[in-house]
Design a protein around this ligand. Structure first.
Ligand code: Q46
Ligand code: ZN
Ligand code: ZN
Length: 314
C-alpha cells in the first residue's frame, strides 16, 4: 500500500477517495477536507474567534488540533457531565491536549454549576440519558459561546455522525429535524453561528488522525450510550459503505446539495416561530426553555448510581 502523493509506505486507506496516504499526507488530506468544508459553508471568516466543544474523544480533539493548525483562534469548551469515571477520564484528555498546545480550555461542570448530572437527569426525566445530555450540551455550548463573545461555535460531528442522524430523520420523515440538519446554522439572538467542519471526514479517519498526530483521547465509549439509536444506524450504514464505498458521503452531501435548500424554510426557527426563554434568553418555542425546565426538575436531587462502563468493541 503506497501513499497516493509521495509513493512512500501508506498508513491508511480511504476507499471512498480511492486513495492511500502516508502519515504526513494523511494529515494534509484532513486539513484540506476541513478547509474545504469551512470554505464551502462559509463557516468561519478570518479573524473570527471559535469555541470548540471538546469531549476528550477523538473527533473533538482532532477538530481542535486541525483548527489551530489552520490558523484559527480556537478555544475549547469542556462540559463535565458527571458520568462517573468516564467523565473524570475524558476531562483529563481535554486538559492534557489544551496544556500541550498551550490552548485555552473553558470548563463548565453540570453538578457544580447547575446542580445536576446526566445520570440524575436521566432518572428524573425517565428518558434515555442522551436526551437530557444532548439538550444540556447544546444549551451550555451556545451559552458559553455567547457569554465568551465567540463568533462561532464548532462541534466535532463527522460524516458518520451526520449520515446516521440523517438516516434516522429520513426513516421517520422528520421534516423539522431535516430542515435544521445543516452544517452551518446562522447566529441568532446573540448566540453564535454553529458549524460542523468535520463533515467531509469519517469516524475511522479521525481515529487515524489522532494516532498519526500523537493525540491521546478517551477510547472508552460513554457508558450511558445504550439506547442511542444512532449507534444502530451507524452499523447499518457501515455495512452499506463496505459494499459500496462512498455511499455515506453521497447520502449526506447529496442531501445537503439537493434537498436541504428546498426544505430550509420548513424549520420553525427559520419561520421565526421561536421566541426566547424568559429565564435565560435562549431561543425556544415555549415560555421557558427545555434546559431551564430540566434544571428546575432536577433541583435538590442527589446523584444516582452509575452503570458499569463497557469497553469499545471496534
Ligand atoms: S455523552 Fe451524553 Fe453522548 Fe453519553 S449520554 Fe449520550 S449524549 S452517549 S455523545
Ligand atoms: Zn505521502
Ligand atoms: Zn432557559
Amino acid at each position: 500500500m503506497k501513499c497516493r502523493v509521495c509513493r512512500g509506505p501508506a498508513v491508511i486507506d480511504v476507499p471512498r477517495h480511492n486513495a492511500n496516504f502516508c502519515g504526513d499526507h494523511f494529515v494534509a488530506h484532513c486539513r484540506e477536507q476541513v478547509a474545504k468544508a469551512i470554505r464551502r459553508g462559509a463557516m468561519i471568516e478570518p479573524g473570527e474567534r471559535v469555541l470548540v466543544a471538546v469531549s476528550g474523544g477523538k473527533d473533538s480533539l482532532a477538530l481542535w488540533d486541525l483548527l489551530l493548525d489552520l490558523g484559527y483562534e480556537a478555544d475549547g469548551l469542556y462540559i463535565g457531565l458527571g458520568i462517573g469515571e468516564y467523565s473524570a477520564e475524558s476531562g483529563t484528555y481535554a486538559r492534557a491536549f489544551a496544556a500541550a498546545r498551550q490552548a485555552t480550555l473553558v470548563e463548565v461542570d453540570l453538578r457544580d454549576d447547575h446542580g445536576y448530572d446526566i445520570p440524575t437527569a436521566a432518572a428524573v426525566t425517565g428518558r434515555v440519558p442522551c436526551s437530557a445530555c444532548g439538550l444540556s450540551k447544546r444549551h451550555l455550548f451556545d451559552a458559553a459561546g455567547r457569554d465568551g463573545g465567540y463568533a462561532v461555535v464548532a462541534t466535532g460531528h463527522n460524516l458518520d455522525d451526520e449520515a446516521a442522524v440523517l438516516f434516522g430523520n429520513v426513516l421517520r420523515w422528520d421534516v423539522e429535524y431535516l430542515a435544521r440538519q445543516r452544517p452551518v446554522l446562522p447566529a441568532r439572538d446573540g448566540f453564535p453561528r454553529k458549524v460542523k467542519p468535520l463533515i467531509r471526514l469519517a469516524e475511522r479517519e479521525m481515529a487515524a488522525y489522532c494516532v498519526v498526530r500523537g493525540i491521546d483521547y478517551i477510547v472508552e465509549e460513554c457508558p450511558m450510550a445504550e439506547g442511542n439509536r444512532h449507534l444502530e444506524y451507524k452499523n447499518v450504514l457501515n455495512a452499506i459503505e463496505v459494499a459500496s464505498p462512498g455511499t455515506k458521503h453521497a447520502f449526506y452531501h447529496g442531501f445537503l446539495e439537493r434537498l436541504a435548500p428546498a426544505i430550509a424554510d420548513q424549520s420553525l426557527a427559520e419561520q421565526g416561530a421561536i421566541g426566547t426563554c424568559q429565564r435565560c434568553g435562549a431561543p425556544t418555542p415555549a415560555d421557558v426553555c427545555a434546559f431551564c425546565r430540566l434544571v428546575e426538575r432536577t433541583a435538590g436531587r442527589d446523584p444516582v448510581p452509575m452503570p458499569i462502563p463497557r469497553r469499545r468493541s471496534r
